[in-house]
Structure formats: C-alpha cells, structure tokens
Ligand binder design. Structure first.
Ligand code: ZN
Length: 462
C-alpha cells in the first residue's frame, strides 16, 4: 500500500517546507520534491494544507477510577476523540493500588486498553505505596516499556506520597535512567484548608480553587526540583499552572538541571472565575491544580513560546456533569454537598491542537504538541516527527478551517465542554495512524483495538 501526499507544507519542530511525502504500508518511506506516484499509489492532494506528525499527548486518564466512579472516556471513546483532534499517540497512567505491585497496575491498565485502544499508547507508572519489594520492582518496569515514574505530592490520604518516598524513587530512577514526573502541590496544607472551608460551610466549587493556592504549587515544585537535584534524576513537572512554578523550573534549568515541564490546554485559556458559575456549573471546571488568573495564563503562553516549558498536554480526565443516570457513570454531581467530593478533571484530549494553533508559531506548535513529548518520553523517532522510517502517523491540517467548540459536536464521551463557544482556526481534515486513515473530516474510520502498546526507551532532557 502506498499513499503519496502531494504539494503539502510539512511542519516540523524546526520549520516548514514544501515537499511531497510517500507512505509505504505503515511507515514514512520518502520525503522530497516531486515524488512520482506509481499506478498503485493513492495520491492525496495537500495543496494549501499542512502535514504534521500525529499529536503526542503524554498526559491522559482514560477509564480512571476516582472517588467511587470512573472517568467517562475509556480507551475507545477517549482515543477516538483524541484522533478527531489530531492526536494519534498518548501516554496514560497505570496506578499502583495500595499494597499492590507495579506489575499488577501495568496488567490492569493494559487490560483496559486491550481490544479497545484506537490510537497507540504507552504507560507511565504511578507509585502510591513504596516498600522494599516495590522499590526492587521499579527497574523491571523498563522491560515492560515503562521508563517514567509519576508521584503525587497532593491528594493526602489517597495517592499522595511523602518526601521520603519521592526522594527514594528519584534515586532509583537516577540509577536506572528513568524519568520522574511529579504532581506538585503541597497536599498537607491543602488538606487543612479543605477541612477549614468545609467546617465553615463553604462547600461550593469555588472553594476547590481557594483551597489550592498557587503558592502551594510553587512551593511543591521548588521542593521536587531540590530533591531531584540531590538525587541526580531527570524531572518532569506535570500540569504547571502558575507563574511561581514556571519561575522555579526556569531557575533550575538555567543552572543546568535536567528538569522539564508541561502545561495543559485548559490552563492556556481558562481562569478560576469559571468556578463561580451558579447552579453548581462551576464543578465542570474543577481540576487540580485549579484554574488560575489571567496573569498566569499569559505567563504560561509565554513560557511555551520561549522554551521555559517543553510540552503541552491535556490531563484529560472527564466526568459527566449530570452523571449517575441513563446508564452514565457517576460524575460531578457527587460533589453537590461538598467541593472535596467533586471528581477532579476536565475533558480536553480532543481540543489541544486546535486551541493551541493560534497561540504559537507553527513549528513551535508542532514541537510542544508532537516532537518534544515524543523525545522526552522515549518515543522518538518512531513517533512525533515526519521522518523517513517513522510511523506514518500523519495529520493533514487545514489551517484555514474555522469552527466553534461545542459539546454538541465534540467526540469526547461527556455532556459538556469547558471550551464551549470558543472559536478556532485550523483543524485536522485527515488523520492517519500507521498509514491507515482513521479520521476523515467528521467521519470515523477506525476500529476498536487498532491502537498498539508502545514499548518506550529512555527519553532525553530537552
Ligand atoms: Zn493527571
């Protein structure tokens, strides 16, 4: 099977060029000027179109058990929504259960994806309960294709770990060329603030944000950076939302520390005022860390542009607004009586490329959405770049196609959009996964189970 993409503009992390691109079976076989088709070659005219590598979203939560329910997208519906938005690879989080092994967490998450995944996927390992046996298991994660370890410094009494645990994992990671990822918020102080608000009868969604001030994210980010520096490991700070955390990361990187950070698409557009909406609507915007200020939004946009942040992800973790009925899983309504019971997370996996296209120059946009995430997490050059020999994950992008984001038309399995009514300019027209057309305009052409598990190598420091 041969597909020739003619007359398109290829966007890479370095720049843009006019060239033809030939796919043979599932790989990119040739890139150059005026490639000639054979009789059997399917030709796709890409005049006035961009060709991008399929998006790589390194932070998703499909089918995640939280607060007595699950996130509403599974590996089928979430992957399909991602593909409609131009993302063809994601990395989800396998989460160790208390007292459980890492191997069991890996097996559980692979089973969730088995027969359902529609885009290619890898796994990070989230460590929640460290003991000697679990510590001894960590190096063996490499054999399972897992080279990144996530730890949460928040969610006290649930998945939070203490500094001793964090530091010990960092040492093991350093010895095994693995990457440590941290959710940076001070969980002890947050737990106290939450208890205070609830005791005062302050139960509305807005207190979710007020119980998680930015300075507690900046503090935890600084602490994680310090521990990583002493342990000598590479560090990747997930979902950075505020100026203080950006500044801490920037300072560490300036000193030559192998630290990196991402932000998520919702933090580039939305602010904490959203949580003030009446009739519990603010719950739709409850995620952690919370939405911040317009100033933070501006800081994050600049940080992505100037290289202070290296990746843009989604932390996609949707919950129904009106859940628990009509066959729906329970959702945000669980927290009507207390903000602490609202499942944390927003739906965003479909909108990342569309809603960042206008914010960044084209090559930078591809760098933070595709190429750099693939490099940081050991998927490059197979994923994240249009290169000869790479998987033929290709997005034909129409830079002038305009539209409006709405829950009525999105493909995520959830009854609202945090981006409702926002306009975009530029959208995918065709999305290929390993040479197979899976999205064509509004049409879904993929099949459940076509997504494969990706064994990852060690990534690099960017
Ligand atoms: Zn997350």
């Amino acid at each position: 099977m041969q597909i020739l993409f003619k007359n398109g503009t290829i966007i890479t992390a370095e720049g843009a060029c006019r060239a033809d691109l030939l796919v043979v079976n599932d790989k990119i076989a040739q890139i150059g000027a005026d490639i000639l088709p054979t009789a059997a070659t399917q030709v796709v005219d890409c005049t006035d179109r961009w060709l991008l590598p399929g998006g790589v979203d390194v932070h998703t939560h499909f089918d995640l058990p939280v607060s007595g329910t699950h996130s509403s997208d599974d590996f089928f519906s979430g992957g399909r929504a991602a593909a409609f938005g131009g993302t063809t690879t994601h990395i989800d989080f396998a989460i160790q259960s208390k007292g459980g092994t890492l191997r069991a967490a890996h097996d559980t998450w692979r089973a969730k994806a088995e027969g359902r995944a529609v885009i290619d996927y890898g796994l990070h390992m989230t460590i929640t309960d460290l003991n000697d046996a679990v510590a001894a298991e960590i190096p063996h994660m490499r054999e399972l294709g897992i080279t990144s370890l996530k730890l949460l410094m928040a969610y006290k009494g649930s998945v939070m770990v203490d500094d001793a645990t964090l530091f010990r994992v960092m040492q093991i990671a350093a010895a095994n060329d693995m990457l440590v990822m941290t959710h940076c918020e001070n969980g002890d102080a947050i737990a106290q603030l939450q208890a205070d608000f609830i005791a005062q009868g302050k139960t509305a969604p807005r207190y979710h944000a007020l119980s998680r001030p930015a300075v507690l994210e900046a503090e935890a980010t600084t602490r994680a950076l310090a521990l990583a520096e002493v342990a000598g490991c590479r560090l990747y700070v997930v979902h950075i939302t505020c100026e203080g955390a950006v500044e801490a990361l920037r300072k560490a990187r300036t000193r030559g520390m192998p630290a990196m950070g991402e932000t998520c698409i919702q933090y580039l557009h939305l602010t904490a005022e959203k949580l003030d909406q009446p009739d519990f609507e603010g719950a739709k915007y409850v995620c952690s860390p919370p939405l911040r200020t317009a100033h933070d939004v501006a800081v994050l946009r600049t940080a992505l542009r100037d290289g202070s942040l290296q990746a843009l992800s989604t932390d996609h973790c949707p919950f129904w607004f009106a859940g628990g009925e009509n066959g729906r899983l329970a959702g945000k309504e669980l927290g009507r009586q207390a903000f602490t019971k609202i499942p944390n997370g927003v739906p965003s996996v479909e909108e990342r490329l569309k809603l960042s296209a206008d914010l960044l120059e084209a090559s930078r946009w591809v760098a933070v959405n595709c190429t750099q995430p693939a490099r940081i997490f050991g998927l490059y050059p197979r994923k994240g770049a249009l290169l000869v020999g790479a998987d033929a994950d290709i997005v034909v992008w129409n830079p002038s196609k305009q539209g409006v984001i709405s829950a009525k038309t999105h493909h995520m399995q959830v009854d609202y959009s945090v981006f409702e009514g926002m306009t975009y300019r530029g959208a995918p027209e065709r999305v290929y996964l390993r040479g197979k057309l899976i999205v064509h305009d509004d049409q879904w052409l993929g099949t459940a189970g076509q997504g494969v598990y990706l064994q990852r190598e060690s990534g690099v420091w960017l």
